[in-house]
Design a protein around this ligand. Structure first.
Ligand code: CP
Ligand code: NVA
Length: 301
């Protein structure tokens, strides 16, 4: 059974095969070619947090592949009233062919996979966001031609995006630099793994991290679930912004990416966002193509 619980579980070859498939599905969609790969199959999409891109890309993705998708809000499910994930997993496995879940605790996603008997796809937890990073890698390849040897610099909170970018970047041969405040570094185990497996640094020196970058990336200072810390975080993260000075020290032709939603004037200036809108919205579009590739990998027979 193939799950996507976190990128650490997937090999470099599996990641690259998924990116190749995403490129193929994208070209076929543009050419108007229809698919029946997941005909008769249903994906349940459990959301315990808000979403625009993830929900719509998975729903449209299932439709494009000939299957169906069910939006299941935790507000309405019994899981929201305390039904254990072990039971939910076993019940939903009797009805569905796959589950995509967006939640808080990574353990919940791992438990769904442990107790259920259908593929589980992680649509974001506090720990990671693997689907987003597959779309990001697809976009970087489109603009830069390849991933190997390119420098990716992430500026901001050492959150779910940072964790997944480190793993996706290092696994595909990129050099990864993270700039964040000392108390907000990415997951310690992931940083240890990255140092052992590739070219990785984490520093609080923004310009040092950004120097010579081919890709600059940022994300919100306060993630979903941290709304209560937003004001305090604005003070802590005020310098951790993609702006002209950061772009200046990067390589000529640097790409700027953002998983979105963005807060202009906080983690990125409105000017840089608009100057790099083509790659940022190609990145958002690629959620659809990358998600379809994940669905085929996990759910096709
Ligand atoms: N980037 C991303 O996952 O967006 P949504 O929260 O809108 O799904
Ligand atoms: N770090 C953000 C990513 C949103 C796609 C969050 O978890 O809210």
């Amino acid at each position: 059974m193939k799950h996507l619980l976190k990128l650490l579980d997937w090999s470099k070859e599996e990641i690259l095969e998924t990116l190749d498939l995403a490129d193929k599905l994208k070209a076929e969609k543009k050419a108007g070619i229809k698919h029946h790969i997941l005909e008769g199959k249903t994906l349940g999409m459990i959301f315990e947090k808000s979403s625009t891109r993830t929900r719509v890309s998975f729903e449209v993705g299932m439709f494009d592949l000939g299957g169906a998708a069910l939006f299941l809000s935790s507000k309405d499910l019994q899981i929201g009233r305390g039904e254990p994930v072990e039971d939910t997993a076993r019940v939903l496995s009797r009805f569905l062919d796959g589950i995509m879940i967006r939640t808080f605790d990574q353990e919940e996603v791992e438990s769904l996979a442990k107790y259920g008997s259908i593929p589980i796809i992680n649509g974001l937890t506090d720990f990671c966001h693997p689907c987003q990073v597959l779309a990001d890698l697809q976009t970087i390849r489109e603009y830069k031609g390849s991933l190997e040897g390119k420098k990716l610099c992430y500026i901001g909170d050492g959150n779910n995006m940072a964790n997944s970018l480190i793993v996706g970047g290092i696994k595909t041969g990129m050099s990864v630099a993270i700039a964040c405040p000392k108390e907000y570094q990415p997951d310690a185990e992931i940083m240890k793994w990255a140092k052992e497996n590739g070219d990785f640094i984490c520093t609080d020196n923004i310009l040092e991290a950004a120097k010579g970058s081919d890709v600059l990336y940022t994300d919100v200072w306060a993630s979903m679930g941290q709304e209560g810390e937003a004001e305090e975080r604005k003070k802590i993260f005020k310098d951790y912004q993609i702006n002209d000075s950061v772009v200046e020290v990067s390589n000529e032709g640097v790409m700027v990416l953002h998983c979105l939603p963005a807060h202009r004037g906080e983690e990125i200036t409105a000017k840089v966002l608009e100057e790099h809108a083509s790659e940022i919205f190609d990145e958002a579009e690629n959620r659809l193509h990358a998600q379809k590739a994940v669905l085929v990998k996990c759910m096709a027979d």
